[in-house]
Write a protein that binds this ligand. Sequence first.
Ligand code: NAD
Ligand code: TYD
Length: 355
Amino acid sequence: MTILVTGAAGFIGSNFVLDWLAQSDETVINLDDLTYAGNLENLASLDGDARHIFIKGSIGDFDLVAKLLAEHQPRAVVNFAAESHVDRSIHGPEDFIQTNIVGTFRLLEAVRAFYGQLEKTAKNQFRFLHVSTDEVYGSLAKDDPAFTETHQYEPNSPYSASKAASDHLVRAYHHTYGLPVLTTNCSNNYGPYHFPEKLIPLVIHNALAGKPLPIYGDGQQIRDWLYVKDHCSAIRRVLEAGRLGETYNVGGWNEKPNLDVVHTLCAILDELSPRADGKAYKEQITYVTDRPGHDRRYAIDATKIERELGWKPAETFETGIKKTVQWYLDNQGWVANVTSGAYREWLGKQYGESK
Ligand code: NAD
Ligand code: TYD
């Protein structure tokens, strides 16, 4: 058996493939366009492993996807491929529209054509799992209940709007064409192979480099944080037993204001890799201009996936974040490779750092 995983050279997709092949011999076809966020080094431990087949290409390339589906006859498609960074979507929304909306549409079209000609048994087994975000639901006030699956979609950034559009397309392909789809809406992930443009890896990286730790606005925005391997186990579980056409919210029950997250990271670094001058890393914290349209709070109610599928996160924030900091300390070579070149241009654009 085979599955097709898109965007599997990125942060979550690569963790998903590594975990998948650690517990199954089912081949993974990895379709990734290797944008700035895609990095095959994440999958270096699979070099020479015949169970991982990498194809460079876009989910928006109908002919390529159709060819891959015909050739490998996967029993499932798991769609991670996306532009994923809110700040980049503010600077330039076009790529988000192209990949997240048009790309998902073309992928769905290719999958629809493939699914249509499958035999009955293969049809019954086939799944299209779309990986999405809690950001499609918009922003919560401090005391609002957490997002459930029936919460209204109110996306506020070009990123979340493009993900919301893709979720709607996936839903429509189920209702209109009977495509056997599943959608997961997950909160903020953190863990190994996280590109250092997002808050947690950026803060670890900047702290160790002696650079400012940029806090947008007052730092009191709240996110729910989930260790990436818990997200991967949730996706495996939904793929295995999720009800067709349903959406499942995935979260860590770990709501934290950004400033608390940064203080926690600084305290762990003080312990594991103290500054040479003996000072605390939190002295590097710097308040910067807020993100335009910055969502104040996200919170996930993950009751449905627990009740229906028995899934719960294995890590608490405290255990997951310590593992994550340790991973970055142990993998400075990976960080050095991904932060060369184009990454510097991004820092110039977003934080005004000179290249
Ligand atoms: P990422 O930016 O690290 O990786 C995205 C991957 O997709 C990269 O490998 C990139 O090369 C690839 N890609 C981009 N455009 C492509 C295209 N047109 N065709 C094929 N591949 C393409 O993202 P991530 O953080 O790993 O997120 C993966 C998915 O999970 C996304 O759909 C994102 O919306 C969703 N998600 C992310 C989070 C999070 O906290 N990171 C939370 C919830 C949901
Ligand atoms: P991010 O990791 O970009 O994820 P998202 O915007 O998808 O939630 O940001 C997490 C939070 O951290 C968000 O509220 C924005 C904030 N943030 C900062 O305060 N400083 C930074 O340099 C970055 C990248 C994010």
